[in-house]
Ligand binder design. Structure first.
Ligand SMILES: [Zn+2]
Length: 150
């Protein structure tokens, strides 16, 4: 392709003209390493939840709670993947899953008092999407990850 400023031929995959320094194509979106770390942590959390659920299924503990754990882990993993590939829907999916868990746990809480109770569920359901929202505001080169999500 040709540089729009100096009209010289530049390599197809280059971002800047090697002769005049002109930007020849838009820069790929960038996120702060901290945001990337948190998103990977979120994916890892999802994998762990799936593994715990799988262990529960394996030991014959086929209860509603294991199913919820499995689904939440899967959604968590998928949300992290969506956010890492710049799709804002990943955030709304996280929020929806947290809300769904809260409602389901509120209904089934009396059957699973050993599970930490509603305090834990409330903290997890409302804190995770809120913390994630603030994490996504961390800026790199003046742009937050949130503003770059599509
Ligand atoms: Zn040029």
């Amino acid at each position: 392709m040709k540089c729009s400023k100096c009209k010289r031929e530049v390599a197809e995959d280059s971002l800047f003209c090697e002769y005049c320094g002109n930007q020849v194509r838009p820069l790929p979106p960038q996120r702060h390493d901290f945001v990337t770390f948190i998103l990977w942590l979120m994916g890892l959390g999802g994998v762990m939840a799936i593994m715990i659920a799988a262990l529960q299924f394996y030991t014959g503990f086929i209860e509603m709670i294991a199913v919820i754990f499995f689904c939440t882990g899967l959604i968590c993993l998928y949300s992290a993947y969506l956010l890492l590939t710049w799709k804002k829907i990943g955030y709304w999916l996280t929020m929806g899953a947290a809300g769904f868990d809260f409602v389901v746990m509120a209904i089934f809480n009396n059957r699973y008092p050993f599970y930490g109770g509603m305090i834990t569920v409330t903290i997890l359901s409302f804190t995770i999407p809120l913390v994630l929202f603030f994490v996504l505001q961390v800026k790199k080169n003046g742009r937050s990850c949130w503003s770059l999500l599509k």
